[in-house]
Ligand binder design. Structure first.
Ligand SMILES: Nc1ncnc2c1ncn2[C@@H]1O[C@H](COP(=O)(O)OP(=O)(O)OP(=O)(O)O)[C@@H](O)[C@H]1O
Ligand SMILES: [Mg+2]
Length: 580
């Protein structure tokens, strides 16, 4: 029974619903007299002239009280009562015997033994019979009321229990959800910490390698000029090529560690891709079709164009390797706005979205998860460095954007690059023409400052080979001393990252002694060089011709070394993680 049913039942009973009273007597006159006596009670009176009729009525209705004449011809009242009591439905139904003849104590006892609730002798006193029947009718009603109250209570308890179970399940689900979220956040933090450590390690290693490569390349170049033997030249060329490959590798490592030298400018993506499309086609081969889709009037993005070209080349080569039997490579670009919290790692604002989609083999979940990790590769030994995607990720990260990869085995791969849109109206910077080395040369005095003796020696050798004179200093303090002692220095080349002091801070101090003295910063660790610094720079490992060209431009144009004061700009303080 539902709560509603129980309530309506209880209300019905409470509203004095009439109860059924069965009158059993073989004499119609007596039945009529009972009817007359009990009619005042306002209950339903049902008459039965025989035991059989009485049983039929009992089974048909819900009888509350049975009034039975003890003496009946076929089945006497006692027998009928005994049959009624045998039925499980009527074990508590009130039975009242009425008898004119058998009214001995024994009869009464027998009647009560059969479950009668009363025994009324004839002649019946009407008030007495009415009062007795009324009591049992009331009792019946109260019992039903109690039953329906009980049912209602049970229903309520069941409903509350169900509600509680639901709330409990909901709570458990929430706890599970929170636990999952927490675990995911922890995993992300762990992943970030791992990449951070890897970045620091990679950046440190790359920095040291860069210095070594600087010395190796510089010296190899000088050696090459001095050997005449053709075989020896070939060997030296091989060594230079090897060192150059090493330099490319360290550049990728620095890119991943977000410590590469970036020269960001406003870049029109459509123009940039168009200008390199032929090169991309040659790189991926004729079996791969390259298509492009660019939103008309797309705003420029701020990024280092050379590095972005390299990134797109890396992604195209990855796509090529994923499509050994040919396929389709699509490059798209459009403007997009990112809302707060919409994309992890991206500040809200305007971006240029670049999508590189291939129809290649795709990646399974495990590969996808690790694809951008440095040194992670699924290519055969010696065929992949595992630094391609790391470089791209590092570049867009360092440029204020983010990279996302979507891939499914058999369904190709899309690499998304989000780069900050350039403020409106920003024009492309003019590229200064590469300075030529040609022209009249004069002997210069160049002060070389580097704490690494191998790198210093190699720079000195390059300068001397160019016909200039080199002065050496192993520290900033040394450099200041040399300058004081030999004021006729024409230019200074200083390392950026030196113990206790940066190249820019040294330049400021040198400028105090000799205002306008040209100072060149040599670094492979550029993200630490303050953006405000306008000092001319050389990226390590640099080649002799680059050094010569820069020296020439500086001195020819008399570009004074614009010294920016860098208070507290010490290397130790500036050093940091890859900024993830
Ligand atoms: N477009 C792609 N389709 C399928 N798998 C890819 C794709 N791009 C990258 N991968 C997977 O990610 C791995 C890492 O790529 P990443 O460019 O960093 O290194 P690599 O390509 O293996 O090495 P390298 O770039 O030096 O050639 C690849 O080895 C490959 O398993
Ligand atoms: Mg690659």
């Amino acid at each position: 029974m539902s709560v509603e049913d129980a309530v309506s039942n209880r209300e019905a009973v409470a509203n004095q619903e009439r109860v059924d009273i069965l009158l059993v007597d073989d004499q119609p006159a007596k039945l009529l007299s009972y009817e007359a006596i009990l009619g005042q009670l306002g209950e339903n009176l049902i008459k039965a002239a025989s035991a059989a009729e009485a049983l039929e009525q009992l089974l048909k209705r819900k009888i509350a009280i049975i009034l039975i004449d003890v003496c009946m011809p076929d089945l006497d009242g006692f027998q009928l009562a005994s049959m009624i009591r045998d039925h499980p439905r009527f074990q508590t139904t009130a039975i009242i015997f009425v008898s004119a003849i058998q009214v001995t104590d024994l009869d009464l006892l027998r009647g009560y033994a059969l479950g009668a609730v009363d025994y009324v002798p004839v002649p019946v006193v009407p008030e007495l019979l009415r009062a007795k029947v009324k009591v049992f009718a009331e009792l019946y009603r109260k019992t039903r009321q109690l039953e329906s109250l009980n049912a209602e209570l049970e229903n309520r308890v069941a409903e509350r229990t169900a509600e509680l179970a639901r709330a409990n399940a909901e709570l458990e689900e929430r706890v599970d959800e929170r636990t999952r979220e927490r675990e995911a956040a922890l995993a992300q933090v762990h992943e970030m910490q791992k990449l951070e450590s890897l970045g620091q390690l990679t950046g440190g290693v790359a920095h040291d390698f860069n210095n070594l490569l600087m010395a190796i390349l510089g010296n190899l170049e000088l050696v090459r000029k001095r050997v005449d033997d053709e075989r020896a030249v070939r060997l030296v060329d091989g060594a230079i090529q090897g060192a150059e490959r090493g330099a490319t590798l360290t550049k990728r490592m620095l890119a991943f560690a977000r410590r590469q030298e970036l020269k960001p400018e406003a870049v029109d993506i459509a123009k940039l891709v168009d200008s390199m499309i032929e090169m991309l086609r040659r790189s991926v081969g004729p079996t791969i079709e390259i298509t492009t889709e660019f939103e008309p009037g797309l705003a420029p993005t701020r990024v280092d164009p050379n590095q972005l070209e390299l990134a797109l080349l890396n992604l195209s080569v990855n796509a090529r390797d994923a499509m050994p039997n040919g396929g389709h490579l699509n490059i798209t670009a459009r403007a997009d706005r990112v809302a707060a919290g919409q994309m992890p790692g991206l500040m809200p604002g305007d971006y240029v979205f670049i999508g590189i989609t291939d129809t290649g083999c795709g990646m399974d979940e495990a590969t996808l998860r690790r694809a951008a990790e440095p040194f992670f590769t699924t290519k055969d030994r010696g065929r992949g460095t595992g630094l391609g995607l790391s470089m791209v990720d590092g570049l867009v990260g360092q440029s204020g954007g983010a990279m996302r990869i979507g891939s499914r085995p058999g369904f190709g791969t899309t690499v998304e690059l989000w780069l900050p849109a350039s403020p409106a109206g920003e024009a492309d910077r003019e590229h200064p023409a590469a300075p030529s080395i040609a022209g009249e040369t004069r002997t210069l005095r160049v002060l070389v400052v580097d704490d690494d003796p191998i790198v210093r020696a190699s720079t000195v050798a390059m300068i001397e080979d160019l016909g200039h004179r080199a002065l050496e200093a192993a520290s900033a303090a040394d450099a200041l001393e040399v300058l004081r002692a030999a004021p006729q220095v024409d230019a200074v080349i200083t390392d950026y990252a030196m113990p206790g002091v940066t190249g820019t801070a040294l330049a400021a101090k040198l400028g105090q002694i000799r205002p306008g003295l040209p100072v060149i910063i040599a670094t492979g660790y550029a993200d630490m060089v303050p953006q405000a610094s306008t000092l001319p720079r050389l990226d390590k490992p640099y080649r002799q011709k680059e050094l010569a060209a820069l020296l020439e431009t500086l001195l020819e144009r008399h570009v004074p070394a614009k010294v920016v004061s860098q208070g507290g700009d010490c290397y130790g303080a500036a050093a940091g993680g890859p900024g993830r």
